[in-house]
Design a binder for this molecule. Structure first.
Ligand SMILES: Nc1ncnc2c1ncn2[C@@H]1O[C@H](COP(=O)(O)OP(=O)(O)OP(=O)(O)O)[C@@H](O)[C@H]1O
Ligand SMILES: [Mg+2]
Length: 629
């Protein structure tokens, strides 16, 4: 008896497969994924069959030893039979090694294929996929479901094949030895199956509960041990409450662990019991037959050895359907991701933009953020905002018309939520417009390849991200072949070289979430250095709303002046100094352009810009921050 099969029965979830049958299209698709491994699969199944067949050899040889070699005092025959038993054991060992060799090559190869395909696909999903899906759920698709799919092909397939073969061979051998005893032995099985179904169901419930409880425990750890979460706990300082909450969750995990351990043992104990009872019954019935002279002692011993080999496969096979179905569910979940189309993809006729000049044009642009089900996967979302199915997602931009000549700077200002960041996100085509068009150098951005479009555009966002890598690696993300001298030059232009040189390991210092913590202004200047290395024709800058200290602000300002030189720039400005120098200021309110002009024109015009300027800044100090919203 192998504990593995008992484990499998307990960990399958019948609720996901109940009342379903295998979809032939799904099976064909799995077949296509398995195709490169067909020869390994053949070898794998052949080795399983060989192992199952060879397992019959020892009991049958023991029969000959007892019935013929020993009574005849034939030492030569005894030696030969024992030699064959040893030989069979050696061949079985070899077959088992080969089987594992092939099954692991198939399994790991499949994991590799699926993971690479998923990673590639997920990267290409549109932004709304990432804003709406839970990162944990995506990662789990790439980890657990891929492993589940691999189990389907090697584990489940292997178990079913080996059980069918073992059962067929064993029953044939037993019937040949004595069919009546065989039937009685099989009739004993319901003794085990009926209670085991009950225990199995209870165990499934427990497994589900335990996964849920584990997930809750992990969620608390992940959130509290993240930098931001840890900081919040420290600042509010209630460690005891946190520990109590955690302890409650861990206690639930402990309790269910104890209960399911005992239940699992019940399962095993019953299987052992039925095996023991079966063997006893065989000895009783067989013993009677031996006494009556109908059956030889060797046959009895062989039957007793074989009978234990039918209960485990029979139990497994009664659950095989659920087993196979749950294995295929993993495949289905993997394919669900692979099949989700990305609405933002290059058209077959997409043009590669070469030598961009940076002429940007918005023509009658209307935009609404995509609602649920557009470019997202429902099962990866949890609790995201539902959109009203009657009216669709709310409109965010209305009739935006904007012509930005190459090399000029446009400042977008307006209250919070007016749609400034949204306009910025349409330029590199993070989203597609609902109506109208955005074009670069006369080409609609939807007609350009995304790679060439994004090469032409450099973005510094409100809170720039640095990967957990060295400063140098983060900068080279924009230009992998940049030399250290290039990096230093970019840092110098971005006014961040002093900071980088002051770091413990200079360019080799680890930064990012878990690395050296840079200040907000330093991070922005590093992002500007990264942008300078990229050397794009168009620059989009979402200025940080958080206040920078004067020194940092002056440095960012100087860095910007260099970064914008000779490029088309769209700046979402929160600081007066940036706005005043812009060639054009566009004032947004509720997703509409309400005013446009230069600083002096707009001030003279009166209206929203002048109001906000006068009320919030008081008109005097040109270094004041233009806090809009
Ligand atoms: N991913 C999103 N999904 C749905 N709605 C969004 C999304 N991002 C922004 N919005 C909504 O779109 C509107 C415009 O947001 P946007 O981020 O463009 O404002 P903003 O002008 O940049 O504001 P701020 O000055 O505060 O950065 C807001 O009402 C916001 O709630
Ligand atoms: Mg914004």
């Amino acid at each position: 008896m192998r504990p593995m099969s008992a484990w499998r029965i307990m960990h399958q979830d019948p609720t996901v497969v109940e009342g379903r049958s295998l979809d032939p299209a799904l099976v064909r698709r799995v077949g296509r994924f398995a195709r490169p491994y067909r020869w390994q699969l053949v070898g794998f199944v052949a080795m399983i069959a060989a192992g199952a067949g060879l397992a019959l050899v020892p009991p049958l040889l023991f029969r000959s030893i007892i019935d013929s070699a020993i009574p005849n005092k034939d030492t030569a025959q005894l030696a030969v039979l024992v030699g064959v038993v040893i030989g069979a054991a050696l061949v079985t060992a070899g077959a088992s090694l080969l089987e594992r060799h092939w099954s692991s090559r198939i399994g790991e190869g499949l994991i590799y294929d699926l993971r690479c395909a998923l990673f590639d696909h997920v990267q290409r999903m549109p932004m709304q996929f990432f804003t709406r899906s839970q990162t944990g759920a995506i990662v789990s698709r790439l980890n657990n479901d891929v492993i589940g799919a691999q189990r389907a092909l090697t584990g489940t397939l292997g178990t079913v094949v080996s059980n069918v073969i073992t059962l067929a061979f064993t029953i044939v051998a037993m019937v040949a030895l004595d069919w009546r005893i065989t039937i009685v032995a099989i009739l004993l099985l319901p003794l085990f199956l009926i209670p085991s179904k009950r225990v199995g169901r209870r165990l499934q419930e427990m497994t589900r509960d335990s996964m849920q409880l584990n997930a809750e425990m992990n969620a608390q750890m992940t959130e509290r041990f993240g930098v931001a979460g840890a900081l919040l706990v420290k600042l509010f300082g209630d460690h005891d409450r946190e520990t109590d909450e955690f302890a409650t969750k861990v206690a639930a995990v402990r309790d269910i662990g104890i209960r399911s351990a005992v239940y699992q043992r019940w399962f095993m104990v019953m299987l052992v019991l039925v095996g023991a009872i079966g063997t006893a019954v065989v000895y009783y019935l067989g013993g009677m037959q031996v006494i009556e002279g109908n059956v030889s002692i060797g046959t009895l011993v062989a039957l007793a050895a074989l009978v234990t080999r039918i209960y485990d496969p029979l139990t497994s096979l009664t659950n095989a359907r659920v087993d196979v179905m749950s294995a295929f569910v993993s495949f289905e979940r993997v394919f669900e991701v692979l099949d989700s189309p990305s609405p933002i993809a290059d058209t077959p006729a997409a043009i590669t933009l070469t030598d961009p000049v940076g002429a940007l044009r918005f023509e009658h642009v209307d935009f609404a953020y995509p609602g649920a089900s557009e470019g997202t996967i429902r099962s990866l979302e949890t609790g995201g905002p539902e959109t009203d199915p009657e009216h669709g997602p709310p409109s965010v931009l209305h009739d935006i018309d904007l012509d930005i000549r190459p090399g000029t700077t446009v400042a977008l200002v307006g209250p919070s939520g007016a749609g400034k960041s949204t306009i910025a996100s349409l330029i590199p085509r993070l989203y597609d417009v609902v109506d109208g068009s955005v074009s670069l150098d006369g080409h609609d951005v939807r007609d350009l390849t995304q790679a060439s479009l994004r090469r032409a555009i450099g973005v510094v966002s409100q809170d720039p991200h640095l990967f957990h890598a060295t400063v140098g690696e983060n900068l080279r993300y924009a230009r992998p072949d940049a030399t250290d001298a290039d990096l230093r030059a970019a840092c110098a232009a971005a006014r961040v070289l002093d900071v980088v040189e002051g770091l413990p390991d200079g360019l080799d210092t680890m930064v990012g979430e878990r690395g050296y913590r840079l200040s907000g202004g330093e991070k922005q200047r590093l992002a500007i250095a990264r942008l300078l290395l990229k050397d794009p024709a168009v620059v989009v800058l979402d200025e940080a709303t958080s206040s920078l200290d004067t020194e940092n602000e002056a440095a960012v300002q100087a860095a910007l002046a260099d970064a914008l030189e000779g490029r088309t720039a769209v700046i979402i400005a929160h600081r007066l100094s940036t706005v005043v120098d812009a060639d054009l200021i566009v004032v947004l309110e509720h997703g509409r352009i309400v005013q446009r002009g230069t600083h002096s024109e707009l001030l003279a015009q009166g209206g929203l810009y002048a109001d906000l300027y006068r009320v919030l800044v008081g008109g005097g100090d040109p270094d004041s921050r233009l806090v809009l919203g």
